[in-house]
Design a protein around this ligand. Structure first.
Ligand SMILES: [Zn+2]
Length: 143
């Protein structure tokens, strides 16, 4: 099964990768709902984005808000949601600083593109852990 590979092995430079692995493992074990998973990541809202980019994540009042471009293909929306959830493992919801909790990481050259790669990989693992039909049902009700 695809979800058996570890983000912490693919991204040993990122100290939050292990936590992301555990998060995906709990989805498999406990069969948590998408809503429960969003709450665990302090994501208060997922809404439609009417812009050019695929998705965005913002923070306010200690929680995150994700917006997904609903004009894109449904599968693209699904992996965009996973990608943005991936960002919650390193972003600070209070300051919206990327590496507040991981100062040693901030200085690494090429860290921003590495984090984008991590979020893409997390998204694949997350969709796989949930079963894509479950994620798709969630995506279809975003407004
Ligand atoms: Zn990103």
């Amino acid at each position: 099964m695809m979800s058996e590979w570890k983000l912490s092995e693919a991204f040993p430079q990122l100290p939050w990768a292990d936590e992301a692995d555990q998060f995906c493992f709990r989805i498999l074990e406990e069969k948590t709902t998408i809503f429960e998973q969003l709450a665990a990541c302090r994501i208060a809202k997922v809404a439609a984005h009417h812009g050019v980019c695929l998705g965005i994540i913002t923070a306010r009042k200690s929680s995150f808000e994700i917006r997904i471009n609903i004009y894109r293909d449904l599968f693209e929306q699904m992996y965009t949601l996973g990608h943005e959830i991936g960002h919650t493992f390193h972003l600070d919801p209070d300051t919206h600083h990327s590496f507040e909790r991981f100062p040693s990481v901030a200085a690494q050259p090429g860290i921003d593109s590495l984090v984008e790669d991590f979020c893409d990989a997390f998204s694949m693992k997350w969709v796989d852990a949930n079963d894509w039909q479950k994620v798709m049902s969630f995506i279809e009700q975003i407004e």
